[in-house]
Design a binder for this molecule. Structure first.
Ligand code: GLP
Length: 256
């Protein structure tokens, strides 16, 4: 894992945006895995401002709440169109987000996996992280080999995400999420985590044992992961000085 600690989230988002822009410019038909939540918002704003060409870009989102229609203000469909897609020239047919209203969820999930495969797999996967170490909506004890499927949200995640809804009672109990196994097949995973409330999950992800108790720790087994942190989310890392030293001494050809 490459751990990049920046002074604050704004600086880290700037570097992450350059990484995404480079991938889009290098491959006009790149397949991107995208994430929701508060964390990626600033990155999406930066990418919009860069006026990149999204015509041939293909996207797959990590997850969606079960039971929310695409036009529900808290659905991840709505989030993605509102915060990214409607501001860029992406083709609607190239956008894939799990269908929270799917009648036959297992069938839909199998189709989603097939679509990722048919697109040639995900080149660059954006990830946030939950305070319990979840990625996508793969909650603790998710199988590290899991594929796209229905999951039940933990009380903690429902509490964490209640801030986007009117009240906790309105947060759905179920979701469809890419599995850890699905995420692990992306060629490059980029995680963003900012703020003190992510510090413990990040320390466990980067320096703890690989365990389904912190699903993000599976990324230790991935050959190419870049983690962008601010001082707060990095505050519980034991080897933070080492990560800073590595980044400061990056060879030119590896710079973003
Ligand atoms: C949700 C999403 C995750 C996201 C997490 C953290 O549960 N399913 O993909 O990483 O929230 O969200 P935030 O960035 O708002 O802290």
């Amino acid at each position: 894992m490459e751990i990049i600690i920046q002074a604050n989230a704004a600086v880290a988002n700037g570097v992450a945006a350059r990484l995404f822009a480079k991938a889009i410019r290098r491959n006009a038909g790149a397949v991107l895995g995208l994430a929701t939540g508060g964390t990626p918002l600033a990155l999406y704003r930066e990418l919009i401002a860069m006026k990149l060409d999204w015509r041939k870009i293909v996207t797959f989102n990590l997850d969606e709440y079960v039971g929310l229609a695409p036009d529900h203000s808290q659905s991840y469909h709505y989030f993605m169109w509102e915060n990214l897609f409607r501001h860029v020239n992406i083709a609607k047919k190239n956008v894939h987000i799990p269908d929270g209203l799917a009648k036959d969820i297992p069938k839909f999930c199998a189709k989603y996996e097939k679509q990722i495969h048919a697109a040639g797999g995900i080149d660059l996967q954006l990830l946030g992280i939950g305070t319990d170490g979840h990625i996508g909506f793969n909650e603790p004890t998710s199988s590290l080999a899991s594929r796209t499927r229905i999951k039940t949200l933990t009380p903690q995640t429902r509490k964490d995400n209640a801030r986007f809804f009117g009240s906790e009672a309105e947060v759905p109990h179920h979701c469809i999420t890419m599995g850890i196994g699905t995420i692990m097949e992306a060629r490059h995973c980029v995680m963003l985590a900012f703020g003190k409330n992510k510090a413990r999950a990040i320390a466990e992800t980067v320096e703890g044992p690989v365990t389904s108790m912190n699903p993000a720790s599976a990324l230790q087994l991935h050959p190419r992961v870049t983690v962008f942190l601010d001082e707060d989310s990095a505050s519980e890392l034991k080897l933070s000085d080492y990560y800073r030293w590595v980044y400061d001494n990056k060879p030119d050809w590896q710079k973003f």
